[in-house]
Design a protein around this ligand. Structure first.
Ligand code: ADP
Ligand code: MG
Length: 232
C-alpha cells in the first residue's frame, strides 16, 4: 500500500474549546490510484488532506507513505517530505499575479532534481497558447490548469486536490476533472481529490467517504467512469 492512515485522531483548540475533528480514521490508497474523498462540509476532509500533506500535526495514529511513517519527522524532514513527494491544488488557484502562466509553473521547477519538461507539461495542460498571459487574463478554468501545472512540475508522487472544482461551473469542472484523469494516466501520480460532489466518485479507482471525522465507507470501483461521462 502506498499511503496508509492508521487510527488517526486529530483535535483542534485548547482545553474547554477542544474538539475532536478526526476520530480514528483508517484508510489506504494504492500507488497510481485516483482517490476521491467525499463528505459533507465540516466532516474533516481538508484536515485529513492537510495531515497527509504534512501541513497539520496529529494527536494520535500513524501515516505511512511509501513505507515510511511521516508522523515523527522533525521540521526539516517534513519539509523534505513535502518537497519530494507532494503537489497541492486548491479551490482558489493562488497563482502569483505578476508572473505569466509559464513563470508561475517555473517557480516550482527548481524544487525537483527531475522536473517534468515544462513545454510538454504546458501543452498537456492545454495552455500552450496562453503561456505568456498573466492570471488576470485567464478564465477560472485556465487558472486552475496553471495551478495544476505548478503542482505537477516537480513530478510529485502524490497530488492533493482540495475542492479543485469548487469555484468552477459545470462544464469547466468537467474539463478540470478530465485534465486530472489525463495527468494520472500520463504521469502516474497518486491523486487524492477532496470534494462534496458525489458524482465525482464515479471516476475514482478508490472512494473514501468521511462523515463527522470517521470513514463510513471505503471501496474500489469495479467500473471507472471517464470524467467526460460524469453528470450531476
Ligand atoms: P471539510 O474540509 O470537510 O469541510 P475541515 O477539515 O475543514 O472540513 O473541518 C473539520 C472541522 O474542523 C470543522 O468543524 C472545522 O470548523 C474545524 N476546523 C478546521 N480547521 C480548524 C482550525 N484551524 N481550528 C479549529 N477548528 C478547525
Ligand atoms: Mg474543506
Amino acid at each position: 500500500m502506498y499511503l496508509e492512515v492508521k487510527d488517526l485522531i486529530k483535535y483542534y483548540g485548547e482545553d474547554g474549546s477542544r474538539v475532536q475533528v478526526l476520530k480514528g480514521v483508517n484508510c489506504s490508497v494504492e500507488k497510481g490510484q485516483i482517490c476521491v474523498l467525499l463528505g459533507p462540509s465540516g466532516s474533516g476532509k481538508s484536515t485529513l488532506l492537510n495531515i497527509i500533506g504534512g501541513i497539520e500535526e496529529i494527536d494520535k495514529g500513524d501515516i505511512i507513505v511509501d513505507g515510511k511513517s511521516i508522523v515523527n519527522m522533525n521540521k526539516k524532514q517534513v519539509s523534505l517530505y513535502r518537497r519530494n513527494n507532494l503537489g497541492f491544488v486548491f479551490q482558489f488557484y493562488n497563482l502569483i499575479p505578476n508572473l505569466s502562466v509559464k513563470e508561475n509553473i517555473e517557480v516550482c521547477e527548481y524544487l525537483s532534481k527531475t522536473p517534468l519538461d515544462i513545454d510538454d507539461l504546458i501543452k498537456t495542460l492545454g495552455l500552450w497558447e496562453h503561456k505568456d498571459k498573466f492570471p488576470n487574463q485567464l478564465s477560472g478554468g485556465q487558472q486552475q490548469r496553471c495551478a495544476i501545472g505548478r503542482a505537477l512540475v516537480k513530478n510529485p508522487g502524490i497530488l492533493l486536490c482540495d475542492e479543485p472544482t469548487g469555484a468552477l461551473d459545470y462544464n469547466t469542472s468537467k474539463e478540470i476533472l478530465e485534465l486530472i484523469e489525463k495527468v494520472n494516466q500520463k504521469y502516474k501520480n497518486t491523486i487524492i481529490i477532496v470534494t462534496h460532489n458525489d458524482a465525482i466518485k464515479n471516476m475514482a479507482h478508490k472512494v473514501l467517504k468521511l462523515r463527522d471525522g470517521k470513514i463510513t465507507k471505503q471501496y474500489e470501483n469495479e467500473t471507472i467512469m471517464r470524467a467526460k461521462e460524469l453528470e450531476w
